[in-house]
Design a protein around this ligand. Structure first.
Ligand SMILES: [Zn+2]
Length: 133
């Protein structure tokens, strides 16, 4: 379950940053979750809560924002978003569980090339940490 590993690394990073910034306590952690990241948000949130509790860190608000995927065509440099409604349900589901499927089904909407790069929407990162100094 990589939600747990991910949650742990987020908390560890947040604590390190808080120490470096000399925060007396962390009040809020904002997290950006890539749309193509294979993460169950409920499990992720639960893992974060449990890890915080186990470290005796309480009353920390966790804000999770989804980062929409952005693709860039390697041929014509056109960029576009992931449009779920253009896929049928089975495909959308497949992509949810296996983001690599996006590469199988998608083409550049401008030139039709299947050669593109995911420039946004992958990975998980901390966007901000708020706390008391
Ligand atoms: Zn193109």
């Amino acid at each position: 379950m990589h939600e747990w590993a991910l949650a742990e690394s987020i908390i560890t990073t947040a604590v390190e940053v808080a120490e470096r910034e000399k925060l007396k306590k962390i009040e809020e952690i904002d997290i950006s979750l890539g749309e193509l990241q294979q993460i169950e948000e409920d499990i992720f949130r639960f893992a974060l809560d449990e890890i915080l509790k186990s470290m005796n860190l309480r009353n920390i608000k966790i804000v999770i924002e989804t980062e929409n995927a952005v693709f860039e065509c390697n041929k014509c440099k056109h960029t576009w978003n992931f449009e779920k409604d253009k896929l049928d349900e089975a495909e959308a589901e497949a992509i949810h569980f296996l983001p690599e499927m996006a590469f199988v089904h998608m083409r550049c909407p401008s030139c039709g090339s299947p050669d593109f790069t995911v420039i946004k929407g992958r990975g998980v990162s901390i966007t901000s940490i708020k706390g008391e100094k």
